[in-house]
Ligand binder design. Sequence first.
Ligand SMILES: [Zn+2]
Length: 60
Amino acid sequence: MSDAVCPSCGVQVSVKGTPKIGMSVTCMACDTELDIVWLDPLELDWPIEDDDFDEDVDEE
Ligand SMILES: [Zn+2]
């Protein structure tokens, strides 16, 4: 389990399982839905809702 800081309220949010970029996490404290934007260190941000943003199919 990993921890990240909620950008909305600043509390530590625990991420269950293996964090992945783009994964949705809900902050238990302020109930904000967040996306994982970076893994090292683990960083959360508000979900991007932008039409210019192409959907990348994530293939490894
Ligand atoms: Zn929060």
